[in-house]
Ligand binder design. Structure first.
Ligand code: ADP
Length: 189
């Protein structure tokens, strides 16, 4: 089983690229953001709890997202591999993922990181707000909190995966096709 992580700040283009990657490499796409938005839409207890955190630009608790990942792995034993999008987002999540995979004699294969400047994040999210109508995209203070949260809690994962020699960074400010081409080369090499 292959395990790839698509990494990067909000607005880096993870969702866009994920669609192309899973098709080309025959992987199952797991986006914790999409899973959480589904819970919110359905009004489940988990969704209701997540809604306030997400709409203020905060992370949901590690145990919640790790639980979602665990059950998705358990329910999809017959796939060739997974593309994790938006997970892990904290060192604790990355450690729990490593433990979970080690128990099955598996491990993360590669971390593909899309790098963009904070100013580009702002531009892209503002544009997405008009198209997708996500509440967490609408308010500049919320966007800023998501960027700050990324720098504080998620960026330390870069060193975490560099130490494991699994970290590959791709400039996210090229065209969609150019980014995808770099990703394909990184996965295939
Ligand atoms: P983006 O990449 O644009 O930030 P996502 O769709 O990945 O958007 O996530 C939206 C929100 O869902 C995040 O801001 C966060 O509140 C919550 N979320 C998603 N994944 C995680 C995670 N792994 N850990 C904690 N919270 C998460």
């Amino acid at each position: 089983m292959k395990y790839y992580i698509l990494f990067g700040p909000p607005g880096a283009g993870k969702g866009t690229q994920a669609k192309f990657i899973v098709e080309k490499f025959n992987l199952m796409h797991i986006s914790t953001g999409d899973l959480l938005r589904k819970e919110m839409k359905e009004g489940t207890p988990l969704g209701l709890k997540a809604k306030e955190l997400i709409e203020n630009g905060n992370l949901v608790p590690d145990e919640v997202v790790v639980g979602m990942i665990k059950s998705t792995f358990a329910n999809n034993k017959n796939v060739e591999g997974f593309l994790l999008d938006g997970f892990p987002r904290t060192t604790a999540q990355a450690e729990m993922l490593d433990k979970m995979l080690q128990e099955q004699n598996e491990g993360v294969d590669k971390v593909i990181s899309l790098a963009i400047k904070d100013s580009t994040i702002f531009e892209r999210i503002a544009k997405r707000a008009e198209i997708e109508g996500r509440k967490d995209d609408a308010d500049p203070a919320t966007i800023q909190n998501r960027i700050d949260t990324y720098h504080q809690k998620t960026e330390p994962l870069i060193d975490f995966y560099k130490k494991q020699n699994k970290y590959f960074e791709i400039p996210g400010e090229q065209t969609i096709e150019e980014v995808f081409d770099c990703i394909c080369k990184t996965i295939s090499k």
